[in-house]
Design a protein around this ligand. Structure first.
Ligand SMILES: Cc1cc2nc3c(=O)[nH]c(=O)nc-3n(C[C@H](O)[C@H](O)[C@H](O)COP(=O)(O)OP(=O)(O)OC[C@H]3O[C@@H](n4cnc5c(N)ncnc54)[C@H](O)[C@@H]3O)c2cc1C
Length: 390
């Protein structure tokens, strides 16, 4: 049976970054991923990197392409009642965010693994965890050729996303769940952004977000019913609905172009507690989900593995277990802050199909207050750019 110190399930941002951080400290790790390399490198998801995420990627030497191709942003617009109200992130917090696609970070991390010879096995199947309450837990799986393999570890990191096998391996896990009565239709279009910054729009027809991935590629989102079928949205309908919701009295015209990718993502808030059991530690979407309105999902995954890597260095190199034992408590404080912020942004900006006029008046009042009060805007901005890791 093969051996490693840390068996990592999943090659998303959480698994790859954890592996890289551990190897940098001299700890062996093997990443096992169900999908192919091409698939994970093309998976279009998040695109807003918080300030602490950007700093960490630079610090560990995988930020060069992000700095060359990413788009630093100093603010974004809240658009409601047809007017733009700028949230000046840099002025309010002294920090910026970076628009750089999650799949680009995944590509950079895989390339960095390849360059250093750190192992990542793609297209594995039948992953099963055992011996989690012992000091040598095991992962059994089939490799890309279908050959049965097993990996004996000191620790297993469950970085396998919401639908992975790790979280269900924890007995008596307590789950907090909220599903929203709407979803996001996300579109990637080959057209230059119509505005230099993100625009978060509250409109009676539903929420819309104008974002971007590069000077040539625009990312756009529309609030749709939670059970919406993508076939209901031919390209023409997407562009006309975006135009209707993004309408403003100021200067703005929506640039249209060929749609490269479109998908519907349900909106949910979810937390599993605790995030550890014996020698299994969960990180990222395996432990928690946020609705994407606050741009927190990938950043939370990064924050988890930053805490976990330090805890595992202490545990495996210095035989000190305090940080490992408090891993879940440490992470959950930040997780619940992000859960609250993501819920707040979602509630403020979306149109609740079951809401009444009273609720709509409250939403508008919250938006006006956020746009006009420096204190309220600063609170939003400091959460948006990302609170310090520690
Ligand atoms: C469709 C979608 C759209 C999103 N859009 C946005 C967005 O616009 N903005 C935003 O901020 N956030 C968005 N998110 C959230 C953000 O992308 C996630 O929070 C982020 O990917 C979390 O990283 P992770 O590494 O924890 O999990 P993941 O990126 O999900 O990685 C988990 C990995 O584990 C692998 N895996 C799963 N099961 C197994 C198994 N049994 N064995 C081996 N490997 C396994 C998966 O293939 C995957 O590669 C989106 C999420 C989804 C699902």
């Amino acid at each position: 049976m093969a051996r490693t110190q840390v068996g990592i399930i999943g090659a998303g941002p959480a698994g790859l970054l954890l592996s890289y951080l551990l190897h940098a400290e001299g700890i062996d790790a093997v990443v096992l991923e169900a999908r192919s390399r091409e698939y994970v490198e093309r998976r279009v998801r998040a695109g807003v990197c918080e300030h602490p995420t950007v700093e960490l990627l630079r610090e560990i030497g995988v930020g060069a392409r992000m700095d060359a191709e990413g788009l630093p942003h100093h603010g974004f617009s809240l658009r409601f009642d047809g007017e733009d109200h700028r949230i000046a992130l840099s002025e309010l917090t002294g920090k910026t965010i970076m628009v750089y696609g999650q799949q680009e970070i995944v590509k950079d991390l895989i390339a960095a693994h390849e360059a250093k010879g750190y192992p990542v096995e793609f297209e594995v199947s039948d992953v099963e965890l055992s011996g989690l309450d012992s000091e040598s837990p095991r992962v059994s799986y089939r490799d890309a050729d279908g050959v049965a393999r097993a990996l004996e570890c000191d620790v297993i990191a469950g970085c396998d996303g919401f639908h992975g096998v790790s979280r269900p391996s924890i007995p008596d896990v307590k789950v907090f769940n909220r599903e929203y009565p709407f979803a996001w239709l996300g579109v990637l279009a080959r057209t230059p952004p119509s505005h230099e910054e993100l625009i978060y729009t509250h409109h009676e027809r539903g929420f819309a977000l104008h974002s971007m991935r590069s000077p040539e590629i625009t990312r756009l989102y529309l609030q749709v019913p939670h059970d919406e079928k993508i076939d209901e949205w031919p390209d023409d309908r997407i562009w006309s609905e975006l135009s209707a919701r993004l309408v403003t009295s100021g200067e703005f015209s929506l640039r249209e172009g060929p749609i490269l990718d479109k998908s519907v993502t349900p909106m949910r808030s979810f937390v599993a507690e605790p995030m550890q059991y014996g020698r299994l530690f969960l990180a990222g979407d395996a432990a928690h989900i946020v609705p994407p309105t606050g741009a927190k999902g990938m950043n939370l995954a990064v924050a988890d593995v930053r805490v976990l890597s330090r805890a595992l260095v202490d545990l495996l190199q210095h035989k000190r277990s305090e940080l490992a034992e408090s891993y879940s408590d440490t992470c959950l404080k930040r997780v619940w802050r992000a859960e609250h912020f993501s819920w707040y942004m979602t509630s403020m900006l979306h149109t609740d199909p079951d809401g009444d006029d009273f609720q709509r008046r409250l939403q508008l009042s919250q938006l006006r207050y956020t746009a006009s009060s420096k204190a309220a805007a600063t609170s939003l901005a400091e959460n948006y750019v990302g609170l310090p890791f520690e």
